[in-house]
Write a protein that binds this ligand. Structure first.
Ligand code: ADP
Length: 401
């Protein structure tokens, strides 16, 4: 079965075309700068050379149309006809409390995604535009939605509630939802498979450390707690997000600096984190390069970042009354040897023992980086959210047939 996976953002649309027989990628690419007259389409068909086109793409509908044209293109395409695509899977950021699993798109599902616009104003509207674009261009093809929040719906109340008046939860559903769920779910499954153990038997902390970053405590095969909250701002220090802070800072700063709500929001999401502390960049490579050249602010940013990560891992070990597996994933987690070392070297009290040679190896495969004596097995597991979306889509469409 051939499945198209779509990840639609406000001005971008990424896609991957899977052949589910071997779970191989037939083509992938992205449309950037949607809504502008110089939109860029980058298309990478398997076994053929990359294509880059610049043209006017004013909406998601046109973006999907362009993608389809490229997939069936005589020279750059990988399909004989669009009818070969049997299902489309979409990444949707927010599934609220209603979506606990991936699901087939129906008119009711679309309505529910729309109702969640309030909780994810930047992310859910473009996802719905992506679904509508597929409706228009591939009317008969079943669609499935896979939510970033769904994996964390297993969190118990003590993990997901904020200690604020309950009426706010009842009225507005203000609670912790968590994000990166597709990634945490995928790497936990991969880790269990790699270790040859049932996921249910593992007490794991998975660390998705990319531009955004979150940690998840996984117990009995389910998310028990996660560091992001109502929005992705909570938790770890990130590239440009502050992570945890005293909420009283918000009114205090607004007052002192004469800022509006939206200015504070932007400060905490876009101008904080490593960027703010280092004064250099939000990019971990630039921070570690500067640190190695002796830049003090870069070192401070790195130390704060890794200190907070260690605190979360320690907290989750306590939350689960122990842990046996630690997983690093995403851009920083998969690639930064120094970050993994800084985190693990501060957790030897838990029996974590890093093997420096294993840690320094580069590979695209899941691997162990702890020593054979380590009480906690430390793994690097490359994430692949698109593959999990394709797998869920495949399963749901198969079961429906
Ligand atoms: P996103 O959250 O946007 O999906 P990624 O998971 O791709 O982000 O992670 C991006 C981050 O990964 C950047 O901070 C980047 O510096 C970092 N990164 C990528 N490669 C390396 C590397 N070799 N060493 C250290 N950090 C890296």
């Amino acid at each position: 079965m051939i499945i198209l996976v779509i990840n639609a953002g406000s001005s971008s649309l990424k896609y991957q075309l899977y052949n589910m027989k071997e779970e191989s990628v037939l083509a992938q690419g992205r449309v950037e700068r949607i809504g502008m007259d110089s939109s860029i389409v980058t298309h990478e068909p398997e076994g053929k050379s990359e294509v880059r086109l610049v043209s006017e793409i004013l909406d998601h509908n046109t973006a999907v149309k362009r993608v389809i044209d490229l997939l069936v293109h005589k020279e750059h395409g990988v399909l004989g006809s669009i009818n070969e695509i049997k299902a489309v899977g979409h990444r949707v950021v927010h599934g609220g409390e209603i979506f606990k699993h991936s699901t087939l798109v129906t008119p009711d599902v679309k309505l529910e995604i729309r109702k969640l616009f309030d909780l994810a104003p930047l992310h859910n509207p473009p996802a719905l535009m992506g679904i509508a674009a597929v409706d228009t261009n591939m009317a008969e093809v079943p669609q499935v939605v896979v939510f970033d929040t769904a994996f964390h719906q297993s969190m118990p109340q003590e993990s997901f509630l904020y200690a604020i008046p309950m009426v706010l939860y009842r009225r507005h559903k203000i609670r912790r939802y968590g994000f990166h769920g597709t990634s945490h779910h995928y790497v936990s499954q991969q880790a269990a498979e790699f270790l040859g153990k049932p996921l249910e038997s593992i007490k794991m902390v998975s660390c998705h450390i990319g531009n955004g970053a979150s940690c998840t405590a996984i117990m009995d095969g389910k998310s028990f707690d996660t560091s992001m909250g109502l929005t992705p701002l909570e938790g770890l220090m990130m590239g440009t997000r502050s992570g945890d802070l005293d909420p009283a800072i918000v009114p205090f700063t607004m007052n002192k600096e004469d800022l509006t709500l939206s200015e504070v929001n932007s400060m905490l999401n876009k101008h904080s984190g490593m960027l703010a502390i280092s004064g250099i960049s939000s990019d971990m490579r630039e921070i570690t390069d500067a640190m190695q050249e002796g830049d003090k602010q870069a070192k401070l940013a790195f130390d704060m970042y890794t200190y907070r990560l260690r605190k979360y891992i320690g907290a989750y070990a306590a939350a689960m009354n122990g842990m046996d597996t630690l997983v690093f994933t995403a851009g920083v987690g998969e690639n930064s040897v120094v970050l993994r070392k800084a985190v693990c070297d501060g957790l030897t009290f838990m029996g974590i023992e890093l093997d420096e040679t294993r840690n320094a190896e580069r590979s695209k495969e899941a691997r162990v980086i702890s020593s054979d004596n380590s009480r906690v097995t430390v793994l690097v597991v490359p994430t692949n959210e698109e593959l999990l979306i394709a797998r869920d889509t495949y399963q749901i469409v198969q079961n429906r047939a």
